[in-house]
Design a protein around this ligand. Structure first.
Ligand code: NAD
Length: 285
């Protein structure tokens, strides 16, 4: 058996076309052009690539991109001041602060400085609370993309056993919460889980968000399971791989996402979607 591939690139392209259309309609009907501000502190090359890709994606969708590149020496106070300015900027409907931040800056304080109404990444505690309550306003982009990929298969989620590997605030916890709200029976595995392979083997849906290449192996996966690979890992030879041993696991799974071309493109599409939705809320439509 060979798994069906869930093509994140193709899904993201379709989404981005719909978003571009939505942007045009909002401009026409309400005179509002959605705007996204991206804040990058320091010169981490991977972060710089992410911010550049997000800017290009905004431009293609007709969203106004505002980029703020600050030196690594930026103080926490001046970063907070910038975010407060963006909170009050009428042209901006979404603010994203590219993580990780330099170690002298308290990430929690920065994420809490972003207005919950412009929190395109959905990381503000107010938005986390809405998500936990099951009534989210901004859903974090990667988890939102994961759910879209699962839904694209047409497979029901309710009643399924779902195992999320990784418990970060950015991916693992919100994905688990979204699956729970869709009535899956959810287990979160982490670095101290006992018999992790045994737990994963029970899953109908596996979401891997660990950051370790080829962590999920074929013997951990129930035949026919759906495997969503969030991981992005660079091997010493430069190859980009996920957390799942794709070539072998695809012989066992029913559906699988590739890396690259899986969850990554969905994350950017969902950032655009969140910005558009925020601008629509502002316009009252
Ligand atoms: P993180 O480092 O914050 O969290 C990793 C989690 O994995 C932790 O909760 C930890 O408990 C768990 N973990 C680590 N070692 C483990 C082990 N041996 N057994 C079980 N669990 C273990 O990472 P993150 O921000 O959640 O990102 C996870 C991965 O997803 C990374 O590779 C990251 O680059 C990738 N990522 C991809 C996207 C995307 O758009 N595709 C977005 C965000 C993150």
């Amino acid at each position: 058996m060979s798994a069906l591939i869930i093509d994140g690139k193709a899904l993201a392209l379709t989404l981005r076309e719909a978003i571009a259309q939505g942007v045009q309609e909002l401009v026409k009907t309400a005179g509002i052009k959605p705007g996204l501000a991206a804040v990058l502190v320091g010169d981490d090359p991977a972060s710089a690539v992410y911010v550049r890709n997000k800017k290009l994606a905004c431009e293609k969708a007709g969203i106004f991109p505002q980029e703020h590149r600050l030196p690594a020496s930026t103080t926490q106070e001046s970063l907070v001041t910038l975010i407060h300015q963006l909170n009050g900027d009428e042209r901006i409907h979404g603010i994203l602060v590219q993580l990780p931040l330099p170690s002298h800056i308290d990430t929690k304080i920065i994420l809490q400085a972003v207005s919950p109404d412009k929190d395109a990444d959905g990381f503000h505690p107010v938005n986390v609370g809405h998500l936990v309550e099951g009534d989210p306003i901004f859903v974090p982009c990667t988890p939102k993309g994961v759910m879209h990929m699962i839904d694209s298969t047409g497979e029901p989620i309710a009643g399924k056993r779902a195992v999320v590997i990784g418990r970060s605030n950015i991916v693992g916890k919100p994905v688990a919460m979204l699956l729970l709200h869709r009535h899956a029976t959810v287990t979160i595995c982490h670095s101290r889980t006992q018999d992790l392979p045994g737990v994963v083997r029970e899953a109908d849906i596996v979401v891997a968000a660990i950051g370790k290449p080829h962590f999920v192996t074929k013997d951990m996966v129930k035949p026919g399971a759906m495997v969503i690979d969030v991981g992005i890992n660079r091997l010493p030879d430069g190859q980009l791989v996920g957390d799942v041993d794709f070539d072998r696991v695809k012989e066992q799974a029913g559906w699988i996402t590739p890396v690259p071309g899986g969850v990554g493109p969905m994350t950017i599409a969902m950032l655009l979607q969140n910005t558009l939705e925020s601008a629509r809320r502002k316009a009252g439509c």
